[in-house]
Design a protein around this ligand. Sequence first.
Ligand code: C2O
Ligand code: CU
Length: 521
Amino acid sequence: MSVNKPVTTRNVTRRSLFTLAAAAGVGVVGACSNDAATTRTAASPSSPVRRVGPTDPLVRRTEAGRPGSGRTIGAALNATAMSTRIGGAPVQTWGYNRGLPGPLLRSRVGDTLAVAQHNGLPEATSMHFHGLALRNDMDGVPALTQAATAPGAAFTATFKTAHPGTYWYHSHMELQRDRALYGPLIVDDPHEPLPYDAEWVVLLDDWLDGIDGRTPAIQAATLSKGMGSTGSGRSGMSGMSGMSGGGSSTASPFLGSDGGDVNYPLHLVNGRDPLDPEVFRAKAGQRVRIRLINSAGDTAYRVGIPGVRLTVTHTDGFPVVHQEVDALVLGMGERFDVLVTVPDHPVPLTVLAEGKTGRTFAILDAGRGRRPTAASVPTRLGGKVIGARMTAADPSVRLAPKEADVTHTLAMTGSMSRYDWGINGRRYDESDPFASAVDIRAGHRVRLDFANRTMMWHPMHLHGHTFQVGATGPRKDTVVVKPMETVSVFFDADNPGQWLTHCHNAYHAARGMMAVVSYVQ
Ligand code: C2O
Ligand code: CU
């Protein structure tokens, strides 16, 4: 991990862009389909730039340049209202193919995924493939990369999967994401270097939808009134004793003093609550690859198995220098792959809401002995505990040393009391997506400084790229930034288009902590 001093944003000179576009005779257009013909920028309101839109030939050319296997894998995802059982009672929610989580999408490097989505919901939806460097017009960001899918309509996202790893998909309507509209996506490496006997995909989620009359929309409305005045976002809700969230958030060395904004009645592992935990059966002595995905709305998790060491191998799909730890902390949107050796008795994969008081678990079961129960699951995970920023990129994926061609500062702004989360002082507005855009050019090494000017931690995510944290840190697409901290990340601009960057807290994102990283020509 290396945290560099923030530097001032150096803007691309818009005058030169204007001249270039005019000289090329292409005119000056906002290339995004939903946008007016001319886009203006906040920094220089009178100088239009030519943005590389999702339907730009450059996007198609980049896709054509990705290695292909010639194989296409089809999948169908139907978003509908559905009913499921959570906490021992039926719960109404929205999900994909009536599952919680949605089905596993799986391909090999070079394969094309063709994901046919049908919207059976009463409102528009859009599906995003989190962490994939995919073609921009399939990225699923409403009004930026494509139009949202209307109720009753369908959309098929077809794209090559270029990098192996643990990814996931979810609705990019942020409050829909805090329902069941998410699932795992794995891209296999045909030359997988890691030896293991079995694989366990583990999605972690905080849950409130349909419990005690709560919905993400009601929760968002409560929060937007401002925590300072009501504090009601954290009011205690009924739940399973000992497993539900407590009345307040607590300090965490990984997150700072405030773990989150929302008190969730339940936490789930693969859609299962602590009364009915998932059981993964394996043989004693086997090596299991666990793919951990934090798909929560507002909860970081600390994960470990008491008495079992975790060998950390990947974060956000990319390999890291292996490390043995006792537990890990993942923010929303982050993933970890770990290897464990299965002990000869059942053990709890323990999941603690970091900086909050809720917890849950699943069982890794080699068959002999008593299974852990909700009452026997530990309330603490100590020893060596790491977050992803305490890992280092495997040399095979480390960025080649190079000076950054451009640096942009993305300041996270806002406060709990006003609940006015934004970037560079501006709440993202879908109808004016480029108001706070930062402009980049294909071929450049880009440095982004995520500068947290708030008293809350934020897991910052960039679409379409896997940046490197600092000079030798991990390759990631989502990075935890603590209160008042600045984290510098670097990437090579090799995937032209319009890419969202945002906080992966569903409620912060819904309020506007989003901006566009915009390829211009
Ligand atoms: Cu998980 Cu904008 O994404
Ligand atoms: Cu945030």
